[in-house]
Design a binder for this molecule. Structure first.
Ligand code: SAM
Length: 438
């Protein structure tokens, strides 16, 4: 999400001031930091980065420094106290106002702060997308209203708000015209998407997927992240019915213990989660499933952890994200007692990651000798005569082929599974349709 926000910010500043992103920060006129506060250390990282920039500001007073994102949203004015050489502060919902903040800072010579939550307004103010390459993110909703006890997101990004349907669809049409073939619909809990179209008809997430599936040129749809709450039967069914919807589901579970799920305020049980997986698999048996896990949540016993490990064995998750619990100031879980040592928690995390990795290796091995649809997105890093792309379950595949295949779907027979990628041989490639813009 931060990557998406940063890209949009760059596009917005290109339109308003003609700025462009450069590789050498020491040559910049404006330095921007986009921060994330889901786990700790981000504040420390922020101040150490700002410390490195301080001498540049000292030698060039015209240099502008801006801090944005969730740490900015949380810390606000405190940043100016600790780093008075910062010029402006913006939140995840106000990055479309950065060009104004820059102008105000320059004209008043005073630091500015805008960390309000005007939510969806930003999409009306941002310029049309300019993308390079066949894959793009599309934000469909903002914020989070789930208030899981460990998580800082509702306080830094505000409550859930669905972006208007017409604006999402228009953006995807425009992306397809620019050569985008795969979109990832973005939000904290995309399946909470709920809005109406211009005729006043209700549009939920499964319906939105059906419309996106119809957009010419878009051959693959992904979404991240969804939440086990509001995972409807229609959404499960969409995985079996929509040809463009990737046969891959990333559905965060966090823990396999009902006691811990209740303490996390996730509002579902292990059984509920397993039922969703069973239902999705009944519509789409070959779907690959990945998840997020938090290890060492306060009160997690060895028994609770075993239940998480059992769940992993039962579902056979593919590549997943797992994190040590990180205490976030202002969240309810920060007040919970915790007796487990850091060492024990790290051992649990290591065990969990090793198990998930063994399933990921098994999935890659099982792909050898199958034919996979690969969206080519570049030339291989190692050999110029090879191109690379991704399968539906997000494996990188390298294979012989001309550069002109970039942006196209190619059927590839997988010949070998390596630790971080696959090798293959092209079987056929589908010439992508010419999309004519009027
Ligand atoms: N909204 C999705 C959900 O909750 O199902 C996930 C979005 S969340 C911003 C991304 C992931 O960060 C979570 O799934 C969780 O595993 C991790 N995370 C959030 N807060 C955390 C914390 N305090 N400590 C460790 N991991 C955390």
């Amino acid at each position: 999400m931060n990557e998406y926000d940063s890209d949009r910010l760059v596009e917005s500043l290109a339109g308003s001031h003609g700025y462009r992103a450069i590789d050498r920060p020491e040559d910049a006129d404006v330095l921007l930091l986009n921060t994330c506060s889901v786990r700790e250390k981000s504040e420390e990282k922020l101040y150490s980065q700002l410390g490195r920039w301080r001498p540049w500001k000292h030698s060039n007073p015209d240099l502008l420094i801006g801090v944005g994102g969730c740490v900015a949203s949380q810390e606000g004015e405190a940043i100016l106290k600790k780093a008075p050489y910062v010029d402006f502060i913006f939140g995840p919902q106000t990055y479309h106002r950065v060009s104004e903040l820059i102008d105000q800072t320059v004209s008043t010579r005073k630091p500015r702060i805008d960390i309000s939550f005007p939510e969806i307004e930003k999409f009306d103010c941002l310029p049309p997308r300019q993308v390079d390459g066949p894959r793009a993110f599309v934000s469909i909703m903002e914020g989070c209203s789930k208030y899981c006890s460990f998580c800082v997101v509702p306080y830094t990004r505000g409550e859930e708000y669905s972006r208007p349907f017409d604006s999402v669809i228009t953006e995807i049409y425009e992306l397809a015209e620019q050569g985008v073939r795969e979109v990832t619909l973005l939000g904290q809990n995309v399946n909470a998407y709920q809005t109406v179209n211009h005729r006043g008809e209700a549009i939920d997430f499964a319906t939105l997927l059906r419309y996106v599936n119809e957009i010419e040129g878009i051959g693959r749809i992904r979404y991240t992240t969804s939440h086990p709450l509001e995972f409807t039967d229609e959404l499960a069914r969409a995985h079996g019915e929509l040809p463009s919807l990737a046969k891959h589901l990333h559905l965060p579970v966090q823990s396999g213990s009902d006691k811990i799920l209740a303490r996390m305020k996730r509002h579902y049980t292990r059984k509920d989660y397993l039922q969703i997986i069973e239902n999705v698999r009944s519509y789409c048996p070959q779907i690959s499933i990945s998840s997020d896990f938090i290890v060492g949540f306060p009160g997690e016993t060895a028994h609770d952890f075993r239940q998480t490990m059992d769940l992993i064995d039962e579902v056979e998750f593919d590549h997943s994200f797992s994190f040590l619990y990180s205490k976030r100031p202002g969240t309810p879980a920060a007040l919970l007692q915790d007796e487990t040592s850091e060492e024990e928690k790290k051992e649990r995390l290591y065990e969990l990651q090793a198990r998930i990795n063994s399933f990921a290796v098994a999935v890659s091995d099982a792909m050898v000798n199958t034919v996979q649809s690969v969206l080519v997105d570049g030339v291989s890093r190692r050999r110029d005569s090879q191109v690379c792309g991704r399968t539906e379950n997000n494996r990188v595949v390298n294979f012989d082929g001309p550069e002109t295949w970039q942006g196209q779907f190619v059927d590839v027979r997988i010949t070998a599974a390596m630790p971080n990628s696959l090798r293959g041989i092209a079987q056929s490639h589908h010439q992508s349709q010419e999309i004519v813009s009027n």
